[in-house]
Ligand binder design. Structure first.
Ligand SMILES: Nc1ncnc2c1ncn2[C@@H]1O[C@H](COP(=O)(O)OP(=O)(O)OP(=O)(O)O)[C@@H](O)[C@H]1O
Ligand SMILES: [Mg+2]
Length: 247
């Protein structure tokens, strides 16, 4: 049984049908990458999983239990976080009034652990993200886009999720920072299942066990990364260019 199973999901924003029957599965221990152009419905898929929007039809099962669907009592975002799903949304929302460490600790507020334990765990996060260690306790910090992204991912990990939803962690970052972010994804995959949204097909597939291509609200292709790259027509249309995946 897949950890996450989405069946025939339809999501509308008023007149706009953003998802038109999306089905996909994420197995425990995998990194699954969802690729697609602007407006394809990638973020909408993640928002539906984390309970921020209710689908018009279809269903989402986590660990075999329905968490969302028109006939299911759709759980709210807090309940979904408590089940073990953590969403790192697009953009890098951090709270400027708090230190970097306090920002990271906030990610664990769903768990029944004391502040001292959260503080220890946040300190340990800086082993994974050494680039932001120097800013840990400073107030009035200024971080680069890549550093803000690291704070956001660290905060997501503090929830100790069974499933981490990452929305375009590489967006707008310089190539060297993109590589650092992807190195972290390959590290966290040892303990965490990841559903990763990416427009950068090459990077997204390089860390994936499985990939899906979303086009205007529909999954048009799914397969192992080398199968996706092996399909010439698909590669030209959706994956951009002829670069080879180094797995
Ligand atoms: N709050 C909203 N209200 C109305 N329409 C929306 C809203 N959010 C998204 N949409 C529309 O739904 C469709 C899917 O949007 P979504 O944000 O899921 O795409 P995406 O694949 O994440 O794109 P991007 O790569 O630009 O982030 C688009 O047509 C978008 O315009
Ligand atoms: Mg998006």
């Amino acid at each position: 049984m897949a950890l996450l199973q989405i069946n025939d999901l339809v999501v509308r924003y008023g007149e706009i049908e953003a998802l038109r029957g999306v089905s996909l599965a994420v197995d425990e221990g995998q990194v699954v990458t969802l690729l697609g152009a602007n407006g394809a419905g990638k973020s909408t898929t993640l928002r539906a999983i984390s309970g921020l929007i209710k689908p018009a039809s279809g269903e989402i099962l986590f660990d075999g239990k329905p968490i969302s669907g028109p006939n299911t009592h759709t759980l709210g975002p807090e309940a979904i976080v408590r089940l073990g799903i953590s969403h790192v949304p697009e953009g890098r929302r951090v709270f400027p009034g708090l230190s970097v460490k306090e920002n990271i600790m906030l990610g664990g507020s769903n768990r029944r652990v004391g502040k001292a334990e959260l503080s220890r765990e946040a300190d340990a996060m800086f082993d994974l993200f050494p680039d932001i260690r120097a800013f840990a306790n400073a107030l009035g910090w200024t971080l680069s886009g890549g550093q803000l992204q690291m704070v956001a991912v660290a905060r997501g990990l503090m929830a100790k999720p069974r499933l981490l939803l990452l929305d375009e962690p590489s967006l707008g970052l310089a190539p060297v920072i993109v590589q650092a972010v992807f190195r972290i994804i390959s590290q966290i995959r040892r303990d965490t299942t990841v559903l990763l949204v990416e427009q950068n097909a090459r990077m997204g597939l390089s860390v994936a066990d499985h990939g899906y291509v979303l086009e205007t609200g529909r999954i048009v292709l799914g397969g192992k990364p080398d199968e996706l790259w092996g399909n010439e027509a698909i590669r030209a249309a959706y994956l951009g260019g002829h670069a080879k995946v180094s797995a």
